[in-house]
Design a protein around this ligand. Structure first.
Ligand SMILES: C[S@@+](CC[C@H](N)C(=O)[O-])C[C@H]1O[C@@H](n2cnc3c(N)ncnc32)[C@H](O)[C@@H]1O
Length: 280
């Protein structure tokens, strides 16, 4: 069985970047048992054969959904959202010589990569709608994830009571959500229309580009150390000059990338890549 595990761990790492550590191997059994039953697969070797063939994308999507961690919530790391509206966007305006009322055709382009079920992207859209209604009109958010099931849920913009209780301020729930007969909360089309969801694998897919702000939070931490520099390099290339990369609170560029400036706002920390780095 140990040999079996090893091959499966390698297939999953190749596919998702996730390296399951030995103390997490027990998760494989509980998370894959239903899929194995449904697809009549008797061993991890058979699972690997199907994954490695790469032909059945629905099967691959189901395995990815089960293996990856989708934990997220509205306004996770709250101070980041204050940083966004009190420092990052005002500096974006200044850099481009704009004001909120004179955007001169500029669009604010944001990428929420590894967006899980969409709370991060929607939190940004709600915050910008409240603080900068004129910029909201020109806002474009791309939100991506490897997992088809999370993307489908994100697109619906429908959340349980529990999910909205976790982090969503009451004023946003009142303004942008409607309670359904099922007890769930439906996010308004006004906010949903600002976010375009797409399936994207940070390990294997080409990266989109031209973003003013990229969030890549709480995902790289699951990737093996040796592939992190390449991921950060690609994220950097996806940014417009002088733009902003935001990682999770326990993730860092230190030791993995060069020529960045660390910025802070309250408890939030993010990274800029100036065209010319000035050392004082
Ligand atoms: C822990 S959640 C983080 C969600 C959100 N960024 C946050 O911080 O609240 C990690 C997400 O990364 C996604 N993910 C895992 N591997 C990925 C990959 N190789 N490419 C893109 N997304 C990936 C998972 O499907 C999951 O939804």
């Amino acid at each position: 069985m140990a040999g079996d595990h090893k091959r499966l761990v390698e297939s999953i790492a190749r596919l998702t970047g996730f390296k399951l550590e030995d103390d997490k191997l027990y998760l494989l059994e509980s998370r894959l048992s239903d899929i194995m039953k449904n697809y009549k697969l008797e061993s991890y070797d058979e699972v690997c054969n199907k994954l490695d063939q790469g032909l059945d994308t629905e099967f691959i999507g189901k395995v990815i959904d089960q293996i990856t961690t989708h934990e997220t919530r509205f306004f996770r790391d709250e101070s980041l959202y204050d940083a966004l509206v009190m420092q990052i966007i005002p500096e974006w305006l200044e850099r481009n010589m704009l004001t909120p009322f004179q955007l001169k055709g500029h669009r604010l382009k944001i990428w929420s990569s590894a967006c899980s079920t969409g709370q991060e992207a929607y939190s940004i859209a709600m915050m910008i709608s409240e603080k900068f209604p004129s910029i909201f009109e020109s806002l474009e958010i791309l939100a991506t994830d490897i997992s088809p099931a999370t993307i489908a849920k994100a697109q619906n913009g429908r959340y349980t009571q529990f999910e909205t209780d976790r982090g969503l301020p009451a004023r946003f729930r009142e303004k942008f959500f409607q309670k359904l007969d099922s007890g769930e909360w439906q996010l308004s089309d006004v906010i949903r229309s600002k976010v375009r969801f797409q399936k994207h694998n940070l390990i294997t897919d080409p990266y989109p580009n031209g973003f003013d702000i990229i969030l890549c939070r709480n995902v790289v931490i699951y990737f093996p150390e040796q592939i992190r520099p390449a991921i950060f390099d690609k994220l950097k290339k996806s940014l417009s000059p002088d733009s902003v990369l935001i990682l999770g609170s326990s993730e860092t560029l230190i030791g993995y990338s060069k020529n960045y400036v660390i910025r802070e706002f309250g408890l939030a920390r993010y990274y800029e890549f100036p065209e010319k780095v000035t050392f004082f």
